[in-house]
Design a protein around this ligand. Structure first.
Ligand code: PMP
Length: 406
């Protein structure tokens, strides 16, 4: 059963428009979700009535902005069930959160000859920062392989762990395959060797309840714009004792206690990692995105998306030449596919002309494309406001364009 989302959908004014004379069908949600009215209004209200820099003003607006900014930190803490609000660091997004850890954690803990383990289905932003760190410290990157269905090979993972491994980084959900990775098991395995785990949660937080303490991971990263919030804000959750030991990532205002030309002492958590003026308005509006998800019910969102994904997958498999990449039993609402030998860009362009927004290409996961020996895929991804009728529109469009492409 899909939930009745007509009221939810009304909160997203952007969806109510035509593209090339056709109703917009927005299926590019894994790239970024649309924002509900309350998030857009919170952002515009902030600039219309409240804009002020935080943490150091003696005036009313500065105090109000500081309060709202810090309130969002508590809201995020609650949302992912972190132990302390000072374990929540605001960043620009998942990419910056991972870069922060890859730089700062490795600065403290990674030495020549050490190893870092990532998975073969990581987004480039969970590959390149670790490669950079390995380059700086003369360390080695090891990769967990995955099966044709898109399931991580945990047996091989166990074999990769050794006394040189310093950190494991893996995504909670693959943005290309949709696979939900068994984070709890990965964390337990790594922790048995005293190795911390960073989880890239960019594709998870808007699709399932995330409980940091239950997952047991040491770092968790996500972006506001993929969870109905604004662009320009992201979150790094980090375990207090690790964040405490890690040196600052960037230097500047806010992250210091005392500065002389001889020596600087650093501010306490989380400010040590928040140098300079943050995107205050985006953080303030992020709270409304969390409210939206919790009021809708994350379980309801998940059930609705699962139902759409199952329906779309069944209908797509009826199309001749259809191949779906990522068929793990545990997956979110991402469907990556190719039709025959058609280039994904051609499929995407034809769908666009019919008003349907999908993403084409390697989705910042070139190693996944290499694994399958393909140039890229077409990716349709669903969010809470998508409907069964929109899936029907996608299927009708695919049925119409498939013969042209084969
Ligand atoms: N990791 C995953 C799994 C993603 O899907 C994305 C965004 N496509 C990122 C990281 C990077 O997120 P951002 O661009 O918001 O920093």
């Amino acid at each position: 059963m899909t939930m009745d989302i007509s009221n939810t959908r009304k909160l997203f004014p952007i969806l109510d428009q035509e593209i090339y004379g056709k109703p917009l069908v927005y299926l590019d949600n894994a790239a970024t979700t649309q924002k509900p009215r309350q998030v857009i209004e919170a952002l515009s209200d902030y600039y219309l009535t409240q804009n002020s820099n935080i943490h150091r003003g003696a005036h009313y607006l500065a105090a109000k902005s500081t309060e709202d900014y810090e309130q969002c930190r508590h809201r995020v803490q609650e949302f992912i069930n972190a132990r302390h609000s000072h374990e929540i660091v605001f960043t620009r997004g998942t990419t910056e959160s991972i870069n922060l850890v890859a730089y700062s954690f490795c600065q403290e803990f990674l030495k020549e000859g050490d190893e870092i383990i990532i998975s073969g289905m990581e987004h480039h932003s969970d590959i390149v920062p670790w490669q950079l760190a390995c380059g700086r410290h003369k360390a080695k990157l090891k990769v967990i392989p995955f099966s044709d269905e898109g399931i991580l090979d945990l047996e091989t993972f166990r074999g990769l762990l050794n006394d040189k491994t310093r950190i494991v980084a893996v995504n909670h959900v693959s943005n290309t395959l949709g696979t939900i990775n068994p984070i709890k098991e990965i964390v337990e395995t790594a922790h048995a060797h005293n190795i911390p785990v960073l989880v890239d949660g960019a594709q998870a937080v808007s699709h399932m309840p995330v409980d940091i303490q239950s997952l047991g991971c040491d770092f968790y990263c996500f972006s506001g714009h993929k969870m109905y919030g604004p662009m320009g804000v992201g979150v790094l959750y980090g375990r207090e004792d690790l964040l405490d030991k890690m040196p600052p990532y960037q230097g500047g205002g806010e992250m210091i206690k005392d500065v002389t030309f001889e020596k600087t002492t650093y501010n306490e958590l989380p400010f040590k990692f928040e140098a300079g003026t943050p995107s205050v308005g985006d953080v303030v509006a992020l709270r409304y995105a969390i409210d939206f998800m919790q009021e809708t019910g994350i379980e309801n969102i998940a059930a609705h998306e699962q139902s759409l994904t199952r329906y779309a997958t069944e209908r797509m498999m009826e199309i001749s030449g259809m191949h779906i990449y990522g068929t793990a039993p545990d997956k979110t609402s991402v469907i990556s596919f190719l039709i025959g030998n058609a280039h994904p860009y051609d499929t995407g362009t034809l769908l666009d002309k019919l008003g349907i927004a999908v993403r084409t290409g390697h989705h910042c996961t070139q190693p996944i494309m290499d694994r399958y020996g393909i140039p890229g895929t077409v990716r349709a991804s669903f969010a809470v406001y998508n409907t069964r009728e929109e899936v029907d529109t996608l299927i009708a469009a695919l049925n119409r364009i498939a013969p042209m492409l084969m």
